[in-house]
Design a protein around this ligand. Structure first.
Ligand code: GLC
Length: 803
């Protein structure tokens, strides 16, 4: 009898310990446990298990949300997600052992004892599941989800991260960090995008872990290939599962969930010149004049921190920038748009309006007890606006009037990890979190997102219908709705240049299109060779800015010595020729979330070669260009060309696809290829985007065996009138079977800046004539490979036959 009681007691205590994982000196791991009950709601189900609850919600046939927590408050809040769950999307079947929830394209199977979640596609193939021995478990407040690892599984994404395209065998952390001169292996950096995609057995899936606390991802770094895992430091394990059957489909769903970018100002796609700092105003003007005199196209010039009075945000330095309005109007007159840096730290200085207003209205992040947190940055001792408070965002946004009034149109958000000297703001610092309250633990990773949001919304209002250009260093998922992102304080080295290509591509795999590094490297000075090579890569990078740290050698295109200027004219002019193509690629991003710089993992997911280390930097720039980054010490590059056929852009030379080739790679001629059957709209060189190109749009068509389509898009590039239909969109089609090129009718009310089109047919050796609606047009020849003719661009359909 006594023995029995002892056994019962042991069971009882054991059970209690399982329920109270913190029992004892140090935390033990507790797992979800067995099924207890299920309750249906409009949008899904709530399952109670031994140690936790699981909420499963329907968003779309291919997007499901799973939330695992000890208890759920009624507050369901995210800075990243804009879509809402929908009612009635699941078909549920429950039996003794399992619960199954199906949508039109996914099937969730939940084993009851113990709880394990498995997700299959509609054909019954397993996409992803919890690792069966563990499932999901707690260590103190930290929740970890252990997931089955498939033998051939690859992982991509996580935004701004160093490392390989395939993230398997590595671990990553999300904690926005100011890391000047970061190592090419450093982690974490400035941006947190806790979204990755898995690829195995020719299947794809995605997981977005929407929790802004410190999250961690481990793709079998040290588990002998047993499992992968991800975890949250505190709060729910709240993730969205994406089950589309292609990477492009998952990206479309992810950007549907977290929002897509709107069209940036056209001028921000041009070349951008920056330095820490051009000072005083006469130097800014001098740099701008040099660009014009030397005929190096450029659209933007930046003012770094020295334009401010003692680094006080929203002020102008009365010494160096006494008349900002006159300065900017002169720059505008030369076709330059001006961007200024803004840092979040507000200098503690009685009398300074931003400080006074912030203190009076309680706009700053606080210690428990109510004192404003103090940290030091450029201006010295500072308070930090609580951007997770709507009132603060409004105030911040409206404060830009001191910059917008004199003519600033670009807003460069820096130091917003947030960064304070010492880089260790206490976790206890308090934030409003839009009424829900949070400590630094949750607010840290969304600080930059909310600063950029406040900047975007405020300046958009102040600019009265014109598009602001917003740039940020720190960010969280969803940042594409507000801002472009640059990759922080990189270094002038080949390794950093190659890394920048991987980072830009990875950010593209995370919903961000408008991204790029400091071209040429921020810290240290590039060699002439590195500068030219990096410039040639910059032409094919969405965000194209030349920036340099204080103390480095001058880096304007004419400052680096012989040969660099000529190369710069040639390369930057090429960027301007490509603008019609590039703007159309940005338009695609606004519609489908497909990035401008596309890792080959998007289009060639199941081609093993694209994963090889030596080819992992390659990417598609828009639909039809393939860019193969090469270091500045290579005059010859080994390139992998995926399936299809490819033409070297500069020589027209043809290469069949699915092969590795050695190609010449002079410094100013990066290996860039056009897809066979590709269509490339280009224009004449302009010195800046306020200049009109010639009235003729060049439409390059490259011979190929497959029909192809290109969506051409144009609008005024400045306003939001496109939202009311003021755009010009045409579907361009090439069909080798019917031997035709069709320029679809112009949709929208915007009148194109091009009144003619020059159709340039590449590699059509037997082409004799071009016919428009039955009448023959004279064909001209350029070299041996290009035949062309000019047509008037009517608003209607132009159907051109070639013979
Ligand atoms: C930070 C920025 C850098 C800027 C500098 C001075 O290091 O990342 O781009 O030039 O601050 O403002």
């Amino acid at each position: 009898m006594r023995k029995k009681t002892g056994i019962i007691a042991a069971f009882f205590i054991g059970g209690l310990m399982a329920l109270m994982p913190q029992y004892g000196l140090y935390s033990q791991t507790a797992f979800i446990g067995n099924f207890k009950s299920i309750k249906s709601s409009q949008t899904g189900v709530l399952i109670k298990a031994g140690n936790a609850g699981i909420q499963i919600m329907y968003y779309s046939p291919s997007v499901i949300r799973i939330r695992i927590g000890k208890e759920f408050s009624d507050v369901d809040f995210s800075y990243a997600v804009v879509a809402k769950p929908e009612a009635g999307g699941f078909k549920m079947i429950e039996n003794k052992e399992t619960i199954s929830l199906s949508t039109d394209s996914l099937k969730l199977e939940i084993q009851k004892n113990p709880i394990r979640i498995q997700i299959k596609n509609s054909k019954g193939r397993l996409l992803s599941e919890e690792y069966s021995p563990f499932g999901t478990g707690w260590q103190g407040e930290e929740i970890t989800c252990y997931r089955r690892l498939f033998a051939d599984e690859k992982f991509i994404g996580l935004g701004e991260k160093t490392g390989n395209l395939n993230r398997r065998d590595n671990k990553y952390e999300m904690w926005n960090s100011d890391v000047p001169a970061y190592l090419v292996t450093a982690d974490p950096l400035y941006v947190s995008i806790p979204f990755f995609m898995g690829i195995h057995d020719s299947l794809t899936y995605g997981i977005f872990l929407d929790n802004s606390s410190r999250t961690k991802f481990d793709f079998a770094a040290s588990t002998d290939n047993l499992f992968s895992r991800f975890s949250v430091a505190e709060g729910d394990l709240n993730y969205y599962f994406f089950g589309a059957s292609t990477i492009a489909g998952i990206l479309s769903d992810y950007t549907w969930l977290t929002g897509r970018m709107s069209l940036p100002p056209y001028w921000s796609l041009g070349f951008q010149q920056c330095r820490w700092s051009y000072y005083p105003d006469t130097e800014v003007l001098d740099v701008a004049r040099q660009f014009r005199a030397r005929k190096i196209p450029c659209d933007m010039i930046y003012l770094d921190i020295d334009y401010m009075d003692a680094y006080k945000i929203f002020t102008w330095n009365p010494k160096g920038f006494a008349n900002p309005k006159a300065l900017i109007s002169e720059l505008n007159g030369m076709g330059f748009h001006v961007a200024t840096i803004v840092d979040p730290g507000i200098k503690i200085e009685p009398g300074y309006f931003a400080y006074e207003e912030g203190v009076k209205n309680s706009y700053f992040a606080k210690f428990p007890g109510g004192a404003n947190y103090i940290g030091s940055v450029w201006p010295g001792r500072c308070h930090f606006p609580d951007f997770t408070n709507e009132k603060v965002r409004q105030w911040w946004g409206a404060s830009f009037k001191t910059l917008v009034e004199p003519g600033v149109e670009g807003f460069w958000n820096d130091m917003n990890e947030p960064s304070a000297w010492g880089q260790n703001i206490p976790d206890m610092v308090k934030f409003d979190f839009d009424g829900h309250g949070a400590s630094m633990k949750q607010a840290h990773n969304v600080y930059g997102l909310n600063m950029s949001r406040a900047t975007y919304e405020g300046t958009k209002k102040l600019l009265n219908g014109r598009r602001p250009f917003v740039l940020t260093r720190a960010a969280y998922a969803g940042i594409q709705r507000y801002s472009a992102v640059w990759t922080g304080d990189n270094v002038a080295s080949d390794e950093h240049m190659m890394l920048s290509a991987r980072m830009v591509n990875s950010m593209g795999l995370s919903g961000l299109s408008f991204v790029g590094p400091d071209m040429g490297g921020f810290i240290e000075s590039p060699s002439k060779e590195l500068f030219v090579r990096w410039l040639s890569l910059g032409v094919y990078t969405p965000f194209f800015r030349n920036h340099a740290a204080k103390g480095t050698l001058r880096k304007e295109p004419w400052s680096l010595g012989e040969g660099v200027e000529e190369a710069s004219v040639k390369l930057i002019s090429q960027r301007y020729r490509l603008l019609p193509y590039l703007y159309s690629a940005f338009y695609t991003s606004t519609q489908s979330g497909l990035p401008v710089a596309r890792s080959l993992a998007i289009n060639y997911t199941n081609d093993e070669k694209i994963w090889w280390w030596k080819y992992q930097e390659e990417y598609l720039f828009g639909d039809n260009l393939l860019v193969a980054p090469a270091s500045c010490t290579q005059n010859m590059a080994r390139v992998y060309l995926p399936e299809g056929g490819w033409y070297r852009l500069t020589s027209g030379e043809f290469y069949p696809g699915s092969q590795e080739v050695n190609v010449e790679a002079p410094l100013d001629d990066l290996p860039v290829f056009v897809r066979a059957s590709g269509i490339l709209p280009m224009q004449s060189v302009i010195q800046n985007t306020s200049e009109k190109p010639s009235d003729t749009l060049d439409l390059h068509v490259y011979a190929g065996q497959r029909p192809s389509t290109f969506v051409y898009y144009e609008d005024d590039g400045l306003s939001y009138n496109y939202e009311q239909g003021a755009y010009c969109k045409r579907i361009l089609q090439y069909n080798p079977q019917s031997k035709s090129v069709v320029i679809g009718k112009a949709e929208g009310t915007f009148v194109s800046k091009f009144s003619k089109v020059r159709l340039l047919m590449h590699a059509f050796p037997s082409l004799q004539s071009l016919n428009l609606n039955g009448s023959t047009v004279a064909v001209n020849k350029t070299g041996t490979d290009i035949q062309w003719a000019v047509f008037t661009l009517e608003p209607g359909n132009l159907s051109i036959q070639y013979h």
